[in-house]
Design a binder for this molecule. Structure first.
Ligand code: PEP
Length: 249
């Protein structure tokens, strides 16, 4: 059985003061949450503070990005080993905001996933279609392209150590959530695509849903057979909302 993972993506939000309040709230509400894995992906400057605050808790620390290279002359970049040094366990790769605003293509996303796994981090590999692509009936083709674009470069075996997040771009931060049926269809499609290459990896891999998941819609989404958790943006910035989603997992 796949244990659900609920991961918060704080994006570029926070301050030392708000991180303290948020993590105190999350850690303080974790008692009844042994059936779900929980992680928070924080901005780089708050890794040290978060590592300290999460010590001894069941909340895993994560980052939102990493460099394609392992070290050296890459000004402004952060390596996988640096993330590990600050106690990270997970890292988001290929978020649609990175693809859209920072030009990350499948080759870059594949290189980041490979870096993360070789350092011992678990990547959360994000895929998802735009509204226009969905309206044109291109959802399956887009998702297949993003999944295959990584597998072709780094192989299927690495997916034993990867989480996938299906995040329809039109649902991220918009308040428009995919219906449970729409999400389930795409999750099943992704699992089948992987199963065609390796049924064992497909059966074990966690596929999270992301896109305006909130306490009010989390249970219905997470009840779908191929939804194994959530990647939570806006609602992860409020401890009460985030914990309510974790409880629905
Ligand atoms: C995200 O950014 O990964 C996300 C799912 O955001 P939101 O929950 O705010 O839609």
């Amino acid at each position: 059985m796949r244990k659900p993972l609920i991961a918060g993506n704080w994006k570029m939000n926070g301050s030392k003061a708000s991180v303290t309040t948020l993590l105190e709230g999350v850690v303080g509400g974790m008692q009844d949450l042994s059936n779900v894995d929980v992680a928070v992906c924080v901005p780089f400057p708050y890794l040290e503070q978060s590592e300290r605050m999460l010590k001894g808790s069941a909340v895993a620390l994560g980052a939102q990005n990493l460099c394609t290279e392992s070290g050296g002359a890459f000004t402004g970049e952060v390596s996988a080993s640096m993330l590990l040094d600050f106690g990270c366990h997970v890292v988001i790769c290929g978020h649609s905001e990175r693809r859209e605003y920072y030009g990350e293509d499948d080759a870059i996303v594949a290189a980041k996933i490979a870096q993360a796994v070789s350092a011992g981090l678990r990547p959360i590999f994000c895929v998802g279609e735009t509204l226009e692509q969905r309206q044109q009936g291109e959802t399956d083709a887009v998702i297949a392209g993003q999944v295959d674009g990584v597998i072709e470069r780094i192989g299927i075996e690495i997916f034993r150590k990867v989480e996938i997040a299906y995040e329809p771009v039109w649902a991220i931060g918009t308040g428009m959530t995919a219906t449970p049926e729409q999400a389930q269809d795409v999750h099943a499609f992704i699992r089948a695509r992987i199963a065609a290459l390796d049924p064992e990896i497909a059966a074990g891999i966690r596929i999270l849903y992301g896109g305006s998941m909130k306490p009010g819609n989390a249970s219905e989404l997470l009840a779908q057979p191929d939804l194994d958790g959530g990647l939570i943006g806006g609602a992860s910035l409020d401890a009460t909302d985030f914990l309510a989603i974790c409880r629905a997992g």
